[in-house]
Design a protein around this ligand. Structure first.
Ligand code: SF4
Ligand code: F3S
Length: 107
């Protein structure tokens, strides 16, 4: 199993999650982060750190977010690693909690 970043990270990218990951398995795209499922050790530390509540254990990903399991696996092989916290995206607070953000995912 692994942990998975889901839709509400899009256009927010708070990055608090990367600060606690002991194995540096987060990868960064233009407006979204993903977790490499081959590196994640299921330590659970990142899940409560996300201000957008975007991180779930794979078996707890909501039904309408299942596409993000494959997206984390795919994009983590393509995007560079991120290990340091950085500023959230400029309108992160406005986008936090908005529905139907998948259409804005930049790959
Ligand atoms: Fe990293 Fe642990 Fe989160 Fe997996 S569960 S991404 S190992 S902090
Ligand atoms: Fe995204 Fe939450 Fe991390 S918004 S960047 S998963 S802290």
């Amino acid at each position: 199993m692994a942990f998975v970043v889901t839709e509400n990270c899009i256009k927010c990218k708070f990055t608090d999650c990367v600060d606690v990951c002991p194995v540096d398995c987060f990868h960064e795209g233009p407006n979204f982060l993903v977790i490499d499922p081959d590196e994640c050790i299921d330590c659970t530390l990142c899940e409560p750190e996300c201000p957008a509540n975007a991180i779930f254990a794979e078996d707890e990903v909501p039904d309408d977010q299942h596409q993000f399991i494959a997206l984390n696996a795919e994009l983590s092989k393509k995007w560079p690693s991120i290990t340091d916290v950085k500023d959230a995206l400029p309108e992160a607070d406005d986008w936090n909690g908005k529905e139907h953000k998948a259409q804005y995912l930049e790959k």
